[in-house]
Design a protein around this ligand. Structure first.
Ligand code: DSN
Length: 416
């Protein structure tokens, strides 16, 4: 980044510090990952210059000969990777992708049935803080009080009573698999569209570590930067016949020009997702999450649903006297990054959340497996036992640094 170093030393220094931070800490934030260097290269490439409106072959600005090929490549690769009939690679984010799907087939005020946010759903699934709730009439299903898993009988009952025009299957904090077939059957029974939001799961699906929602859903949205290991931005997959409606809902419906550098990074991520290395990382992501869950559970830690089938492990701190924010901050001081999260039946929502969410994609991307996870689980347990012990935190920080040296982030190398 010699140009940046010259033009803005202050920003250059921050970028160097950020690299060191990433290289020297363990990233267990479920919504993050470590993309390869080539993704970062293409994000900062010549493709950033081009303004595009419209779709390949139908643009409003001249000079699109090569960027048309970039977008077509991304579309073709997305369709091929996920076995989808249609793909739109222009959404700025997962939320933009969801909004475009809603607006493609719904009218203002139409009913939508989605997962409640405190039970794992996402803001863009009709939370009151999201514009989605102002445009559509959302009702929310929850997880079962006993099992903390989706209760499909109850979802069906709600759907029959509420008669939604669309159902959303998807979560940002749910450690179990979703049965898309059952959700599709329910949606069919009430003549609702079915949207799956697999933002967290796309890489696991692409790597065949978990089942795909694509065969069962009218539309599927996801983001590139979580388990998918790519750049930022959202993607919509759908049935072919919905394509024209979704295209219009993305541009000009909810977005203007889309950054071609981000579209190019999506194309690259889809190519990399076909490799054996990517598949191995996705398998390892699920394995190490399962191992983390086992280690924590064996030590008496309360886990939402008692375990995991994907990359997430959700710890329920209700009843421990600790809040999510306190544990998150102590772990961060020790070099272990995660996020506080609301959990089902949370009594600490206002006090810093009653849970913490871990994800293992970033560790698997560094090549870490069960052995390293055993050590990391041990450090997490020490922090949970004594979050305010500065000596313990310091000791763990040293061990975390040493592990980071042994397993460098590919794009940045080992920490100094
Ligand atoms: N959806 C948010 C999360 O899961 O943390 C951001 O991607």
């Amino acid at each position: 980044m010699n140009g940046l170093r010259h033009d803005d030393p202050e920003l250059f220094k921050l970028a160097e510090q950020e690299k060191k931070r990433i290289a020297g800490t363990l990233n267990l934030i479920a919504a993050e990952n470590h993309p390869p260097a080539s993704i970062l290269e293409v994000l900062g490439s010549v493709f950033n210059e081009k303004t595009i409106e419209g779709y390949p072959g139908r643009r409003f600005h001249a000079g699109c000969v090569y960027v048309d090929q970039v977008e077509s490549l991304a579309i073709d690769r997305a369709k091929q990777l996920f076995g989808a009939e249609y793909a739109n690679v222009q959404p700025h984010s997962g939320t933009s992708a969801n909004l475009a799907v809603y607006f493609s087939v719904l009218s203002r005020g139409d009913r939508v049935l989605a997962m409640s946010l405190p039970h794992g759903g996402h803001l863009s699934h009709g939370h009151t803080a999201s514009i989605s709730s102002q445009c559509f009439d959302f009702r929310h299903y929850t997880v079962s009080r006993d099992t903390e898993r989706l209760d499909y009988d109850r979802i069906r009952d709600m759907a029959l009573a509420f008669r939604p025009k669309m159902m959303v299957a998807g979560a940002s904090a749910y450690p179990r698999l979703i049965d898309y077939k059952i959700m599709a059957d329910i949606a069919k029974e009430v003549s609702a569209w079915l949207l799956a939001d697999m933002a967290h799961l796309a890489g696991l699906v692409a790597g065949e570590a978990i089942p795909s929602p694509v065969p069962f859903c009218d539309a599927v949205t996801f983001t590139g930067y979580k388990t998918m290991m790519g750049g930022r931005g959202g993607v919509i997959l759908a049935r072919e016949d919905l394509g024209p409606k979704i295209n219009r809902a993305v541009f000009p419906g909810t977005q203007g020009t889309s950054p071609v550098s981000m579209i190019a990074a999506k194309a690259l991520a889809f190519k990399l997702a076909k490799t054996d290395g990517f598949r191995r990382i996705q398998q390892k992501t699920v394995e190490t999450a399962g191992h983390l869950a086992q280690c924590l559970k064996a030590a008496g830690v309360c886990l939402v649903t008692g375990g995991t089938d994907n990359h997430q492990v959700l710890v329920d701190l209700n009843g421990t006297g600790m809040t999510g924010i306190r544990v998150q901050e102590s772990l961060e001081a020790a070099g272990i990054l995660c996020n506080r999260n609301v959990v089902p039946a949370d009594t600490r929502v206002e006090k810093g959340a009653g849970g913490i969410r871990f994800g293992t994609a970033g560790l698997a991307a560094r090549g870490m497996g069960k052995t390293q996870m055993t050590a990391i689980a041990g450090w997490i347990l020490r922090i949970l036992a004594a979050p305010d012990d500065p000596e313990g935190v310091k000791e763990i920080r040293t061990e975390v640094r040493s592990l980071c040296q042994q397993f460098p982030v590919a794009a940045y190398g080992p920490p100094e």
